[in-house]
Design a protein around this ligand. Sequence first.
Ligand code: GLA
Length: 710
Amino acid sequence: MKSDTAMLSLRGGADLPTPGAQSATTGWLPGVTSICYGGDYNPEQWPEEVWEQDVALMSEAGVNLVSIGIFAWGLLEPREGEFDFVWLDRLFALLHSAGIRIDLGTPTASPPAWFFHSYPDARVVTREGTVLGFGSRGMASPSSADYRRLSTRIARELARRYGRHPALAMWHVHNEYGAPVSECYSAASSAAFRTWLRARYGTLDVLNAAWGTAFWGQTYGSWEHISAPSATPSVINPTQRLDFSRYTSDALLACFVAERDAIRAESPGIPVTTNFMAGACPSVDLWRWAREVDIVSNDHYLTAADRRGHVGLAMAADLTRSVAGGRPWILMEHSTSGVNWQPRNVAKRAGEMRRNALSHLGRGADAIMFFQWRASRSGAEKFHSAMVPHAGTTSRIWTEVRELGAELGQLAEVLGSTVTADVAVLWDWESFWAQDQEWRPSEDLSHRERVAAFYDRLWRDGLTVDFAHPEADLSAYRLVVAPAAYLVTARAAENLRRYVEGGGTLVVSYFAGIVDENDAVHDGGFGAPLREVLGLTVEEFLPLRDGEQVHLDLPGMVGDVWTDDIVLHGAQVVARYVDGPAAGQPAITRNGLGAGSAWYVSTRLDVDGLAVLLGSAYQDAGLEPSRLPAELEVVRRHGEHADYVVAVNHGDDAAVLLQAGVDLRTGRERPEHEVPAGAPSCSAPRAPRRPRLRRRPRTRRSPGRAGSSR
Ligand code: GLA
């Protein structure tokens, strides 16, 4: 089997194990029985004759779902309280006649000019006090009562009119909550923040204690004296700032919930979603948000500067699946080629869009959608790629869009199958909000960098990863990795202890277990809550100078950024520092506890160093790296009657998957499957669970051939 695109999925026999797999499409779009394909559709930017062409082209491309109305508030309510749905009625009728289902947006990410004119206090105020004006798009203040009232009203009006329309498949509330701005420092925000604080703390005494206001004489004697943490002469109280991050996530969520509830009352049985930016938007806590949506959906854009952006894509997809609780999710937006908002908007080369789409699908997406259907001629996004590019239907992009639509049409049986993982990486927005503040021990501490580095290592080792909150049930995982666990509650620490005692393997990276939920250093010192599980505490941080390296007494192992002065309480030393401020002291430790073990690493290891560390932890966990050829991504989805293997080759060499199964695109059963360089493949295998692979001899690719990302 040869292919010049990038995914392989294999249909497997019923005898295959399906550990923990959920059966189903419960909670999926009503009446949708195939993978969804389409994108944001903004026909209000075009004369209506173009709509007819659009719908014909959508049918040609296999588009079965479009998101409409996302930025159309100004057209739908041209004056306050006056609604004009005539054009949207026509659009509904047109799409319905072509059998294209509708994901109806509420336009509340882009309030009209009249709104900001009538309600200037609803404008977002930055931390420095700048009031953000109209003429772009973006959220009004989430704390504005007027915004809440009018955004809920337009959502309700839309739901009354279209909530029972047969073409309606889903509601798309707002757009990317938290972007382009999330925090607002207006007077209304301060008032709402105070209400939130009263609910959290009850009394000022409790708040003063939690915020540690005795420091720098910040004690509050009246609730009225508390405000949003606007710019201050020196560093702001870090707990006030952390609480404001919590408040902001909750305030945005309250906006979503208000719209959702107005919709639900008028549109029974139709799922409501909002498009997340898992991993890319730090200001909303998706563990909390995911409980409030009917289906999780996510937007993802490659970081063009990163030649291995497909690993970042995989991480975002795994995080999305994890916040979705393992259920299938919607890729609401990605791009057919370059975007328009990065410093250098590198175009995707032939085959890359397909590889991206199928990586998302392999990691649990049951809908593959784009921003946007037709490229805009005007406005800020005219240089963004689209399904119908400015070059039209003779273009390479259009050809690939049609081919992808046809391919997804052949993968309907994958719908509802799920992904299971042996490894969990801990992910906690609250901890990240706390860690990212000023005046930390080193500006080189980056939670994002550490999580990405550990994830990259696990990706290279072919291990499928879930993300998990530190207080979540971890018992299903053989290995739990904590690359950036700065804030650890007593409950989380107890959870990790129980996990290890019960037989789990835990790997903890430096600057962990430092503070509690109030960003106060744990009583007992650095790492105190993890003392029993790790068998150590940290007496003193020993951060390194810019560019300084330290050597470990294991061949080739080098660290930078950080070292610790460790006090052992039972852990065994696996590696020591040869030089640097911690020379002679432990660098890597292992602590046996109950039936499990916990590892600690006190310096920043690169991806090769992490191979050594994790290689040992894998042995404890009974895991084996897959030893796949470099840049070959293989993920398995478990269905009710079959398993599906999605293999995406991001590399320069073809690989052969030694896995018998049915190629879902050809329907042919094969004893093995070639995954050409830069190509994916999708098939259903006949046992065994983990496919074996062999490397193909390197061949020269002719210029212009379906590209890899390298
Ligand atoms: C975001 C938005 C879209 C569009 C794209 C461009 O994801 O939701 O409206 O601006 O970015 O990449």
